[in-house]
Design a binder for this molecule. Structure first.
Ligand code: ADP
Ligand code: MG
Ligand code: ZN
Length: 510
């Protein structure tokens, strides 16, 4: 039986594997930059255009076409390198990586080889333990370099969409030449059972950093953030083992699953006295396992040499220092600081992040709203209003000042939470300021006791059996009358005051 057709994989359980082996991981992350134009030409980088409509002689590699480097891409990669605590080269060159594949019209890729622009950085990553606590793990960065993306091949006619069994292939060069940054970690050791979680947390942190820097839209599902996960196992105390490189890892969850399943597979091979082949592997989202790809046993000879059509990149150190001063604090550390300042748990912070309202809560707090109040509205009613309207919460036209005013009116008893919801609804529908909506919709809490008493008498008259029970001392029955009054006043009454008035009206004491 040929091994190529034998994809049935034996595994040992994850926990058992870790009793015998130490995992070493290495992550290669590609980030497609969000520059308006491509790396070496003026073509648009917009995603989703019809095939081959965003191409020109340069990115199609027509004879005589000359590349010109995109300054914005250089600025972006330097900012990325600075956020990852790298050294920034004062002088470096692009390199030609020679290989033939139809998605590369030039038959070489302009990349960087022995002169990467950013080197020797690190990133501290907060990794969740199984017990809910977190651990800070430092991931060392080997290099961050600039290159260009390839085109996209579509294999048609086959059942699987893969090249095997296809009748023909189509190529779209819209993506060819889009600026791409590759971030390569040093081998990450000593993480043991945390290895899958470290891999996932690292990629998540990179994604958040790139988003914060505004250098990429970092959408794993659209391929603007891609991860290859290297993994090897060794017996504790021995030298590192041979690594495999798992490709096609298209979501954060898959990063974690791919590392986990590769630990289980490699442990089974090693247990039986087998050897791990140095190869690329493909991760399958459906089955959660990896299958073998290309062998990397013979290192490919890319015949790298300095790109002769481009001048060297020599960023002015003063400019680099200016860029350094504009790097925002690392997202997870900033969030941890905010959680402490607001007195909330890491879990509460995560739910704000997941709901997509953290920036809105922060902005409201900056406008003077108490953190608890800002959280209450943004994670509650306002988020619900956004969902109802089918828009992201940041598109709601509610300001910190609006929340502040609603909160003031609640504090003075002029509004209650239920009325405040209607006020926000009016503000969102463009009915004016908080005070305008309160006035126009008549939403103030009824403080006039004669009006309340009239509503109470009406409710008691409407439900005589209930009134009888209350008079007989069953004060719990008052809830039904409170409900009737709230309905009659469209929520404009203070429920606890109404209850007091009902009891005195029925001459019983609460
Ligand atoms: P390649 O060109 O094969 O993709 P790179 O140097 O770009 O190689 O990336 C290799 C990745 O694998 C790096 O993140 C590196 O730290 C990691 N790595 C190297 N040796 C090992 C090993 N024995 N086990 C796990 N990861 C490793
Ligand atoms: Mg690589
Ligand atoms: Zn072009």
């Amino acid at each position: 039986m040929s091994s190529a057709h034998n994809h049935v994989t034996t595994t040992v359980s994850f926990d058992e594997a870790l009793t015998r082996y130490d995992p070493v991981i290495g992550l290669e992350v590609h980030v497609e930059l969000g520059t308006a134009s491509k790396m070496f030409c003026a073509c648009s980088t917009e995603f989703g255009a019809p095939p081959n409509t965003q191409v020109c002689p340069v990115c199609l590699a027509l004879p005589g076409a000359m590349p010109v480097i995109n300054a914005k891409a250089v600025e972006s990669i330097i900012r990325m390198g600075l956020a990852l605590h790298c050294s920034i080269a004062t002088w470096c060159r692009m390199a030609r990586k020679n290989y033939f594949y139809p998605d590369m019209p030039k038959n070489f890729q302009i990349s960087q080889y022995d002169e990467p622009i950013c080197t020797d950085g690190w990133l501290d990553v907060l990794v969740p333990n199984e017990d809910g606590s977190t651990e800070l793990v430092r991931v060392e960065i080997e290099r961050v370099h600039l290159e260009e993306d390839t085109g996209k091949l579509t294999h048609a006619g086959g059942a699987t969409g893969r090249i095997h069994g296809a009748d023909y292939s189509l190529v779209d060069y819209n993506r060819a030449g889009i600026p791409l940054v590759e971030i390569v970690t040093k081998p990450i050791t000593g993480t043991a059972a945390l290895a899958p979680a470290v891999a996932k947390a690292y990629v998540a942190e990179l994604r958040d950093i790139m988003r914060d820097l505004g250098v990429s839209d970092v959408k794993m599902e659209e391929g603007s953030l891609r991860c290859d996960a290297n993994l090897s196992l060794n017996i504790p105390g021995d030298a590192w083992g041979t690594r495999t490189e798992t490709k096609n890892v298209n979501s954060l969850r898959s990063v974690e699953r791919a590392v986990r399943s590769e630990i289980e597979r490699q442990a089974a091979v090693l247990d039986k006295g087998g050897v791990i082949r140095q190869e690329t592997r493909h991760f399958h989202e459906d089955t959660g396992v990896t299958t073998p790809g290309r062998s990397k046993e013979e290192a490919e000879d890319y015949r790298y040499f300095p790109e002769p059509d481009l001048v060297p990149i020599a960023p002015d150190p003063a400019w680099v220092e200016k860029l350094r001063a504009s790097i925002p604090q690392q997202p997870s550390l900033r969030r941890a600081g905010l959680a402490t300042a607001w007195g909330i748990s890491a879990f509460d912070m995560e739910s704000l992040v997941n709901a997509g309202v953290l920036a809105l809560v922060e902005a409201a707090v900056a406008d003077g709203v108490a953190p608890d109040t800002a959280r209450k509205w943004w994670a509650g009613e306002l988020l619900r209003q956004a969902n109802d309207r089918g828009v992201p919460p940041q598109e709601l036209a509610v300001t910190g000042a609006d929340i502040l005013r609603v909160d003031e009116l609640i504090a003075t008893g002029a509004l209650n939470d239920q009325l405040a919801r209607q006020v926000f609804d009016g503000v969102l529908l463009g009915e004016g300021s908080v005070d305008d909506v309160v006035a126009a919709r008549g939403l103030g809490v009824v403080t006039d006791e004669t009006e309340l008493l009239a509503a109470i008498d009406q409710a008691l008259a409407d439900q005589p059996e209930v009134a009888e029970k209350i008079r007989a001392g069953k004060i719990a029955a008052a809830g039904a009358i409170v409900g009737g009054v709230m309905k009659a006043t469209r929520g404009r009454a203070d429920a606890s005051r109404v209850r007091e008035l009902i009891l005195s009206r029925c001459e019983v004491s609460g």
